[in-house]
Design a protein around this ligand. Structure first.
Ligand code: CTP
Length: 402
């Protein structure tokens, strides 16, 4: 339908980029990007009028998002010839606007396009030997200025390389080395660096890409003190194990995986350096608190528990209750003491959710007057429950009576 609407306006229409790449890699991808040769916004408006979808438009970029009633979204962009006149890297040749649009992209594997216009529907455009590079499992830039144009592509190269099990091509690797040597990243805002690092840390298994960052001496964009060694890799693998454990047992519990990996990465740094890192990455204050104060408290708590395990389930509960899930997972990964790891896991799986079955109303029913005493009684009930002394509601009421 999109092809037909585009054709009726005299435009070309293509599905491009990651979606087409993933078709060739047999990987699922729900992000559909359309490029219109013509006016992408006029196209989206015409399409919305005919099919009753909502749209969002960004005039300045010539882009639009088509939003279907079920929430599914399709991104629409404009390939305009004038807009692309003489980019720095471009030799003086004529190109169709779709070809130019694809030439401006990061890696050859992302330059495939499929025709959507009815009588050419389904035809594949491969101007830059993307199919060959997919077959060769190679990440290659299209031209030597790619990382100059956009240094964040360096991080994308590592992310794609590890996600697909590809290898960065020789020339591309040399261009990355050059980008690192010339420190192209100092031009980037902390936000943009952080966004890329976070995307890496949110991959299914970020560890190999982190190791690759180390190979390219890229971890210095986080902080010069961070170096890859056996101990750090072992810690990151522990984080991965703990996150896998958490995903399996608590499918429904959201967890910011990337924060646990980042805590692992900066684990050896002192408080001042951690603050410096957070400021460099322009993290929100709540994240800064998580990575600095809260993580330091977790490390401190871990030290104490490694020195001496809490004597009772109640004591264990009170030790760990202040910490959010991500810190609990960090602690499980960071400890080298098996018994401590087991205790933390017991807290997380068994103790964390325990609370009194009765509340203020039951205490009033027992003839007690609401006040600070209530808190004390309920706390005492909680402790007794944690230590296994109370099972039923009846037990709790008996206990409160005493
Ligand atoms: N792109 C680019 N340079 C960037 C970011 C993106 O050239 N710094 C191009 C890529 O060619 C990509 C397209 O823009 O195909 C869309 O990028 P993105 O939304 O990141 O999609 P994917 O390539 O699918 O990446 P992911 O699978 O991680 O979403």
């Amino acid at each position: 339908d999109m092809g037909r609407v585009a054709e009726s306006l005299g435009y070309g229409a293509y599905v491009v980029g990651g979606f087409v790449r993933d078709l060739f890699l047999y990987r699922p991808n729900e992000d559909i990007d359309i490029v219109i040769e013509g006016d992408g916004i006029a196209f989206a408006k015409a399409y919305a009028l005919e099919f009753g979808t909502r749209i969002h438009t960004h005039k300045a970029f010539g882009t639009a998002v088509v939003i279907y009633p079920d929430g599914f979204k399709i991104d629409v962009a404009t390939a305009r010839l004038e807009y692309y006149r003489s980019p720095a890297a471009l030799p003086d040749v004529e190109m169709s606007s779709i070809k130019l649009d694809l030439f401006r992209r990061d890696f050859t594997i992302n330059t495939l396009a499929i025709q959507l216009i009815p009588d050419k529907f389904g035809r594949l455009l491969d101007f830059f030997s993307a199919q060959k590079d997919i077959k060769d499992k190679a990440i290659r830039v299209l031209h030597n200025l790619s990382f100059v144009e956009d240094p964040t592509r360096v991080f994308r190269a590592l992310r794609f390389e590890q996600r697909f099990g590809f290898t960065i091509g020789k020339l591309t690797a040399a261009l990355i080395d050059n980008a690192v040597k010339m420190d192209f990243f100092k031009r980037l805002s902390g936000r943009r660096v952080f966004t890329e690092i976070r995307l890496i840390l949110e991959e299914d298994n970020p560890v190999p890409a982190i190791v690759r960052m180390g190979d390219f001496d890229l971890l210095k964009v986080i902080h010069p003190t961070i170096v890859i060694n056996k101990a750090l890799i072992a810690l990151l693998e522990e984080v991965r194990g703990v996150i896998a454990w958490h995903d399996l047992l608590f499918v429904e519990t959201p967890c910011m995986r990337w924060t646990v990996y980042l805590m692992g990465l900066i684990h050896a740094n002192d408080m001042a350096t951690c603050h410096e890192i957070c400021r460099r990455l322009e993290l929100a204050t709540r994240y800064e608190a998580l990575f600095c104060q809260e993580r330091a408290a977790a490390d401190h708590c871990l030290q104490q528990m490694e020195h001496r395990l809490p004597a009772s389930a109640g004591a264990l509960y009170h030790r760990l209750h202040p910490f959010r899930a991500e810190l609990i997972l960090y602690m499980m990964a960071a400890t080298r003491v098996k018994a401590v790891k087991k205790a933390i896991s017991k807290y997380y799986t068994e103790l964390r959710k325990i609370e009194p079955l009765i509340g203020g109303n039951e205490l009033i029913a027992l003839g007690l007057t609401p006040g600070p005493l209530f808190r004390q009684i309920l706390d005492a009930i909680l402790d007794a429950k944690l230590n296994g002394a109370l099972a039923t509601r009846e037990d709790e009421i008996q206990f409160a009576r005493r």
